[in-house]
Ligand binder design. Structure first.
Ligand code: HEM
Length: 409
């Protein structure tokens, strides 16, 4: 029998999957917080909303990703046969050591802070080109005009996905990654079609890069793969799909959520416009304020674990609400306020531990370049119509953000 608290928690978590809850989950997180840093669903799943506990849990390497059980419970014991599920749930995002270690090592060198710092000039150039295209256009959809093209160009160049082919991935990736939020037959069937198209395209590209290598990550990975190499052909396509999708979908969320927050807080926008040196703390704060990833893929305790003063029984599943942790009043003073010069703990938006976001330095740099450049180029930039939220909570972003560009500086 579920306790009253468990029933109430289940209601709040269900509300988080409704359109209103996905668009603005923060009032619901406040309700959850009343039950403490973590609370339980009727099926025993631990729902974590406190920053310190969430940090301790994601950093604890004894917790494992055991998504196959969740998939079977949702009615997909055959998930390996479903392209939409297979392409996500065999990727490094949900693998455990030693496979996770092997896969991550193959690509981690391309995303270190040092390597990424070398991309600054390219990011500034792409950002300036997009801003030039936006100039004089009256009202534009910021997602179409900037928030999608900047990150997709950056990750496309890095991986080696040809420019003319990139735009078609936006709807495909959105349809595919919906399985991170919803596991029902319609969602999975649509994801299957999208994922099969993504995988076919990338397999073909791998063949071309293997035959004629270029100076890009896909060529380097293609050279490493095969019977003697560090990854097989299936893993190579899965890796390419993960890097490409993670490289733009989440960063589109950062840019769109972040710009909306700035336009909602003109005093903060003015401060960043006047002082571009605020860009580093501003990007952290925008990541905290409205995180593009709100829910981590679940972790499971393989055996009874003691973490701090908490005991997790064997098989305990843990869901971490990053967006809630980022607004924890015990860690962030006045957490619902946007303060671009906020110092202190980093946001949890990139997760932590073994699966800490591989692309964090890249996403941060894109934000640090883009936000001040946009505000400086367009002194009167303003929202010009209702924003449309992405139909997800795990991936939390906007599909439309109409803005009036105004005067050009
Ligand atoms: C603002 C933008 C971004 C956010 C908020 C974000 C967030 C996250 C989070 C929360 C995780 C951990 C998921 C988990 O543990 O369940 C993650 C993992 C990952 N991210 Fe990002 N990400 C962003 C941008 C990027 C970019 C630009 C790339 C480009 C390559 C990327 C690649 C990855 C990869 C490969 C993983 C899996 C790492 C692993 O399992 O070891 N991300 N990201």
């Amino acid at each position: 029998m579920a306790t009253d608290t468990e029933t109430r928690v289940a209601q709040v978590v269900a509300a988080l999957t409704e359109p209103a809850g996905k668009a603005d989950p923060y009032p619901l997180y406040r309700v959850l917080r009343e039950f403490g840093p973590a609370t339980q669903l009727p099926d025993g799943t631990l729902v974590v909303s406190g920053y310190r506990l969430a940090t301790a849990l994601v950093r604890d390497h004894r917790l494992l990703k055991r998504l196959e059980r969740t998939l079977a419970a949702a009615g997909f014991p055959d998930w390996q046969q479903r392209p939409g599920l297979r392409l996500v749930f065999t990727s490094m995002l949900v693998r455990n050591p030693p496979d996770h270690t092997r896969l991550r090592r193959l690509v981690s060198g391309s995303f270190t802070a040092r390597r990424v710092a070398g991309l600054r000039a390219a990011i500034e150039r792409i950002s300036a080109e997009l801003i030039a295209e936006m100039s004089g256009s009256g009202t534009v959809d910021f997602v179409d005009a900037f928030a999608f093209p900047l990150p997709v160009t950056v990750i496309g160049e890095l991986l080696g996905v040809p420019a003319p082919d990139r735009a078609r991935f936006q709807p495909l990736v959105r349809t595919w990654t919906a399985v991170l939020d919803r596991l029902d037959e319609d969602t999975v069937a649509a994801a299957d079609t999208a994922a099969a198209e993504i995988a076919d395209y990338l397999s073909d590209l791998v063949v071309r890069r293997r035959a004629q290598p270029r100076d890009d990550l896909l060529s380097a990975l293609a050279a490493e793969s095969g019977p003697e190499g560090g990854l097989d052909d299936d893993e190579l396509v899965t890796m390419a799909a993960l890097l490409f999708a993670a490289g733009f979908e989440t960063t589109t969320g950062l840019l769109a959520n972040g710009l909306r927050a700035l336009l909602d807080h003109p005093d903060q926008a003015r401060a960043l416009r006047a002082d571009p040196d605020l860009a580093v703390t501003a990007t952290e704060e925008l990541l905290r304020y409205d995180s593009p990833v709100q829910v981590l893929t679940s972790r499971t305790a393989p055996e009874e674990l003691r973490i701090g003063d908490r005991v997790l029984p064997a098989g305990q599943r843990v869901i971490t609400l990053l967006g809630a942790a980022n607004r924890d009043p015990e860690v962030f003073d006045d957490p619902d306020a946007l303060r671009l010069d906020r110092a202190g703990e980093p946001p949890l938006s990139f997760g932590g531990g073994l699966h800490y976001c591989l692309g964090a330095p890249l996403a941060r740099l894109e934000g640090q370049v883009a936000f001040p450049a946009l505000l400086r180029a367009f002194p009167d930039l303003a929202q010009a119509g209702p924003a449309v939220s992405r139909a997800g909570l795990a991936l939390h972003g906007l599909t439309k953000l109409p803005v009036a560009v105004g005067r050009t500086h």
